[in-house]
Design a protein around this ligand. Sequence first.
Ligand SMILES: Nc1ncnc2c1ncn2[C@@H]1O[C@H](COP(=O)(O)OP(=O)(O)OP(=O)(O)O)[C@@H](O)[C@H]1O
Ligand SMILES: [Mg+2]
Length: 374
Amino acid sequence: MCILITREQIVEALIDLVEPTSCRSFAELQWIRDVMIKPEQVSMTIVLSPDAADASVREQVTEAAKAKLASIGVEQAHIRIRLASEQELEQAGLREPKSSVTRDPHAPQGHGANLEELSPLLNPERNVTFIAVASGKGGVGKSTVTVNLAVAMSRLGKKVGLIDADIYGFSVPDMMGIEDRPIVENERVIPIERFGVQIMSMGFFVEDNSPVVWRGPMLGKMLRNFFAEVAWGDLDVVLLDLPPGTGDVALDIHQMIPQSKEIIVTTPHGTAAFVAARAGTMAMSTNHEIIGVVENMAYMQCGKCGEKEYVFGRGGGGKLAEALHVPLLAQIPLGAADNHPQEPDFSPSVYKADHTIGQMYIELAQSLIDRGQV
Ligand SMILES: Nc1ncnc2c1ncn2[C@@H]1O[C@H](COP(=O)(O)OP(=O)(O)OP(=O)(O)O)[C@@H](O)[C@H]1O
Ligand SMILES: [Mg+2]
């Protein structure tokens, strides 16, 4: 299939696709976003009001959009659904402007106050380095890279914090084998320490791994809380594990921590790198410095002969780094962490310091220190 079609034709085809809560067209609301036309596929984001966000509505909207696109010859359409932010709802006239909205009694404390005042961590005088680990693509190893880079920096003597900013899809507690829950002292939550890293995750506050079903704006509040309500110790660097894509959380991070730098993770496959690049484009558009690219799952080392097998293709990380004009910081191969549940401090995803991949993370951490990034 080769698609010869314009963005306007796509929006025109979707003109009578109606947003269920407002009964207005998505096109009129300007809630058809990020339209990308590639020879083999059209992709886009459709923004949905949080009031209509249950799974069946999402599916209906996705299917209806695909059917309309098929009618103009688009056979392969990738539709992402994202919830409207408070600002987008206001702009669309679906919410009263903030000033006249009564404060949500369930909203976490500190919302609306100056974050820097609430969290000394964000005070520029403290000189804490923030590094968000991002990718436009899911499942490429952002969390694995964040966790292992944090531990490696700690092994090199840095005081490291880790924020699991994947509020819906938190995975850091499981990956690091954390079963404890944080305690509260003087009305502040004390982060959990593991392998010398101070960690905060939504997973600490959810019972039995039940899914988090908050609405979009709540995410931003939770993130604010991770700064305002947490007693972070004295830190040199904070790593943030971002959810996939360039949605609300990534935007919130960009706004809350304008000084944050970014590492982009990709696998070596060309398409993965193409999708991963969106996070880079977003970082550039918001003037965030991209430190570099980490290519994860770069190859598999054959046990006997030591030869590299390029299971997921080759070259994606290099190409992405070139396109973003940043260095390719590391190429991490496929490999299990080889930890055993019986070990003290068992963690499924943290490579030991003497593991080949653990060593690579230490080299990566050292190279960031040598470059003056941390
Ligand atoms: N180098 C590697 N070798 C082997 N397995 C890996 C490697 N990197 C990541 N994985 C595995 O791949 C899966 C996805 O990794 P991870 O959860 O870190 O990705 P992610 O980008 O954070 O995903 P999401 O987009 O869902 O947040 C996990 O099961 C992880 O253990
Ligand atoms: Mg993740």
